[in-house]
Design a binder for this molecule. Structure first.
Ligand code: ZN
Length: 601
């Protein structure tokens, strides 16, 4: 039994999140955490909203809000959506807390003291009208290489070349069209080349990572350059150095503070739990495991930059050093990256309204229907297209007609003929075969989830469902009439209900809402698949932008989860006529949703 840290990518709080976002990090991380808890591990699942950087300022301006008001607004929306999806965070917090600011500054100080932060003068773009830094991707102009007019300050989408904003011909701000001003700025850089060797050695010891992550990271390590970690901006964590600390116009770069969020959220969780040192069990024990979940656009931060920051804090790069004030931290066990979800063949885009927000989705469909689609057809190892036709087909054919129907007919027949869970008499070979199939699935499905092969894992669980459906169809218990057949009918229904109970457990990490319902339907008491809750808390320190005001966190009590094993059902448990677990969707849903998409609603 190990301490397992599930570090989930931090959603950016400049708007509501769409289903592409949650399919890349939220749902896979939750499936993993739920399984690991059932397998007996001590899981700490943390994340929060990422609330610094220019996009927040832009969104706040658009809505006539201050940055913290905009962050408050979207933090709350995101918190509500993630809870509605059933994501079992131990703590989902924010980057604007006093605790986060303090932890970020500790890590900066450790890196600085060990010599891994370099000061450099660079040319940066600012908006003449606001005086604010314009991030590279907010600058547009003509590509100096191919002449394409819509090239961005970070790259040209036409020829694919990486660019600097100063390369663009006729640069203009994508926010308001004005010509950016380039000014000399002093900034801090993380000395990534000083970690090249240690990172390479570490990467060699990583087993079982998805090939795309290993390949991508190897390429990164071949070409490490110092990376800017400060910005000319008045929104973010101040640089904790004399002469910088009180400057209103210099802040740490948003990505630098956001990756530290995994650590600061763990510390906040420990402080709130009553044992402020408890986080150390997940971060400082070499036997502890840590899994980081994200979309592929964030691999660089988790497989290269965050490990480098941890090494720098530990004094483990080419320049040596000693551990910072928080102590030595362990590097990630695994970086689990998903590919992208597209929608009806197009890239998700909030601005072009090719989007379906989590909230809108859950207003019309069940959370488990979305979770099922993501698990079975999500972008685990390749880009995947979400289509409404496929969503409706999988919901109706697999969830409703497969799993839902098995539950329904088993419970309905047992309730009608016995009013309770009947006893099993003489087990026939076909009975034992089914029971062995569902029992064996615990090993197969569990191993696959532990190795983050969730698509294969849910495939195996659904194979057990299919075996049970086949067993019922072949043994035809509804044809067994009269007293002389009662014992055999009872045996078949008992075996089927035991298979249903096993499948309910096997599917609990993927489909917690329906597994809980089935648990109750079979006479089970208490919480089987715990769900998260929103709690309104006060900031612990009152020293961040949140101040002393309250904010919503996601947390929950997941301590009583059932073990990952088959449990014998109890003969004589009363059964009532079942209610449908899943909702069958009318095929007209497809037309309606496509019309909504075209209308940009
Ligand atoms: Zn170009």
């Amino acid at each position: 039994m190990s301490h397992v840290l599930t570090a989930v990518a931090w959603p950016y709080a400049n708007g509501p999140r769409h289903i592409g976002h949650v399919s890349g990090f939220g749902v896979p991380a939750d499936v993993f955490s739920r399984y690991m808890r059932m397998a007996g591990h001590d899981v700490l699942m943390v994340s929060g909203t990422d609330e610094h950087g220019t996009p927040i300022l832009v969104q706040a301006d658009n809505e006539g809000l201050t940055p913290i008001e905009a962050a408050d607004k979207y933090n709350r929306i995101i918190v509500e959506d993630l809870v509605a999806l059933g994501l079992s965070y131990d703590l989902f917090t924010r980057t604007t807390t006093g605790n986060h600011y303090a932890v970020v500054q500790e890590i900066f100080t450790a890196l600085h003291d060990n010599g891994y932060i370099l000061a450099k003068t660079t040319l940066g773009a600012i908006s003449p009208s606001t005086g604010r830094t314009l991030p590279d991707r907010y600058i547009e102009g003509t590509c100096p290489i191919c002449g394409y007019d819509g090239a961005r300050g970070d790259q040209c989408d036409n020829c694919g070349n990486q660019l600097d904003p100063t390369d663009l011909i006729g640069p203009r701000s994508r926010i308001n069209g004005e010509t950016p001003k380039f000014v000399e700025e002093e900034h801090f850089f993380l000395d990534l080349p000083a970690f090249a060797e240690t990172l390479g050695t570490w990467l060699d010891t990583r087993d079982g990572w998805r090939p795309n992550v290993v390949r991508f990271t190897r390429n990164l390590l071949d070409d490490l350059k110092p990376r800017a970690i400060s910005r000319d901006l008045d929104w973010g964590v101040p640089v904790p150095l004399d002469g910088w600390r009180d400057r209103g116009d210099k802040r740490l770069y948003v990505w630098f503070d956001a990756v530290i969020g995994y650590l600061s959220a763990s510390i906040e969780w420990a402080r709130r739990s009553g044992d402020p040192e408890a986080w150390r069990q997940w971060w400082q024990d070499p036997q502890a495991l840590s899994y980081y979940f994200m979309g592929k656009d964030n691999i660089v931060f988790h497989s290269e930059i965050w490990p480098a920051m941890l090494l720098g804090n530990n004094g483990g790069g080419a320049k040596g050093g000693k551990p910072g004030a928080l102590g030595t931290m362990e590097l990630p066990t695994e970086v689990v990256s998903s590919e992208f979800l597209t929608m009806e063949g197009r890239k998700f885009s909030s601005s072009r309204r090719v989007v379906i927000y989590v909230r809108d989705f859950l207003a019309r469909y069940d959370a488990d229907a979305l979770r099922y689609f993501i698990a079975v057809a999500g972008p685990e190892t390749q880009d995947t297209d979400f289509t409404w036709a496929e969503f409706v087909r999988r919901n109706n054919d697999e969830l409703v007609a497969g799993w839902g129907n098995l539950v329904n007919r088993a419970v309905a027949m047992a309730a009608k003929n016995f009013g309770e869970i009947p006893a099993a008499a003489d087990l026939q070979p076909e009975d034992t075969a089914l029971l062995e199939t569902t029992r064996a699935a615990f090993t197969t499905v569990g191993d696959l989830i532990a190795r983050n092969r969730q698509k294969a894992a849910i495939g195996e669980a659904m194979r057990a469902v299919a075996a049970a459906n086949k067993y019922v169809s072949e043994s035809e218990p509804w044809k067994l009439k009269g007293e002389e057949n009662k014992a055999r009918q009872g045996t078949i229904l008992h075996v089927t209900l035991q298979a249903v109970d096993d499948c309910k457990t096997l599917l609990a990490p993927f489909l917690p809402h329906s597994s809980q319902k089935i648990h109750e339907m079979l006479g089970g008491e208490g919480v089987f698949a715990p769900l998260p809750r929103i709690e309104e808390v006060d900031d612990l320190d009152g020293t961040g932008p949140i101040g002393t005001r309250g904010y919503p966190i996601i947390t929950g009590d997941y301590t009583g989860v059932p073990a990952w094993e088959s449990r014998p059902i109890h003969v004589g448990t009363p059964l009532a006529k079942p209610v449908p677990i899943f909702t069958k969707l009318d095929p007209s849903v497809v037309e309606e949703e496509l019309a909504r998409l075209e209308a940009g609603e």
